[in-house]
Write a protein that binds this ligand. Structure first.
Ligand SMILES: Cc1ncc(COP(=O)(O)O)c(C=O)c1O
Length: 271
């Protein structure tokens, strides 16, 4: 969108994000600023660096974690689109929260247009967000592999009052579910989709729902080619949905189809 409108775009992102995302953004002409994976109160955290660069250089700060335009567009477009497609009462809406824009915007719309709907956060184990939704979940803050969702602090746009509950999903279950979506549904999605669908399957197994469960698949697998977990193939001898090996056990022996981060050249940002 920036290229089409003639704006220069600088993207500030933590090291954790895949090399493929860097390559894609750089290929589109964006400048990249990569920050270390440090907590939100550290001045080197990506949000603090973005804020500082915008202030020092007079840039417009999109501030997706705090900008009310983010949930507003989901409330006025994504929510109505879902309701039109489902064409009836929705039992539950399940999504992960990165900025929280999708969950808050769609949640607000469905609350007032689909009586009885349950709004459910799908949260990676390691993220603190589930605990903020319900103290039934432990107060943990530890690393996890799934990208784009969860975190240590509540994003400003995530409105906890519209959430009914949270489901916590491990990296292993997220990745296994992602691979099931590939093999069983032909949906080449990324791992946050596995987190959301794993949570949605739990919600869907409950008898008391008013209608179908709607779940958001936020991105696609081509943003994760450089990630080791993408090369863990299911055991050919295993049945449907089984046999996916645990990522951490495979760390020392990635297959030769892996594009290693060190092999990918990304242009240096001009600052
Ligand atoms: C891969 C992925 N999944 C899910 C989300 C969550 O979307 P939201 O920011 O609307 O909470 C994001 C956010 O950028 C993402 O990058």
């Amino acid at each position: 969108m920036a290229a089409a409108r003639g704006y220069r775009l600088a993207c500030v992102m933590p090291e954790k994000m895949s090399m493929d995302k860097r390559v894609a953004l750089a290929s589109l002409g964006a400048s990249l600023v990569i920050t270390p994976n440090v907590p939100p109160d550290d001045e080197r955290n990506f949000r603090n660096v973005a804020r500082r660069l915008a202030r020092e250089r007079g840039w417009f700060h999109t501030d997706q974690f705090a900008n009310p335009a983010n949930p507003r567009i989901h409330e006025s477009t994504t929510g109505p689109e879902i309701l039109t497609q489902v064409d009836g009462p929705i039992g539950a809406f399940v999504a992960g929260a990165g900025t929280g824009g999708t969950l808050t915007g769609v949640g607000r719309f469905l609350r007032s247009h689909s009586p009885g709907v349950r709004i459910v956060l799908a949260d990676p184990i390691g993220s603190r967000l589930a605990h903020l939704v319900s103290t039934r979940h432990p107060d943990v803050d530890s690393p996890y592999q799934v990208e784009g969702i969860g975190g240590s602090v509540l994003p400003e746009v995530l409105d906890l009052t519209i959430l009914d509950e949270a489901e916590r999903v491990s990296d292993e279950e997220s990745i296994e579910t992602t691979m099931r979506l590939w093999r069983e549904e032909g949906l080449f999605v990324g791992p946050s989709s596995g987190t959301a669908v794993a949570a949605a399957l739990r919600v869907a197994s409950r008898p008391e729902l008013a209608g179908p469960v709607v779940v958001v698949l936020a991105d696609s697998w081509d943003r994760y080619f450089s990630k080791p977990w993408l090369s863990w193939h299911p055991d050919p001898g295993a049945g449907r949905g089984g046999g996916t090996r645990h990522p951490r056990r495979e760390r020392n022996g990635p297959s030769d189809t892996v594009v290693r981060n060190s092999e990918v050249r990304v242009p240096e940002p001009p600052f």
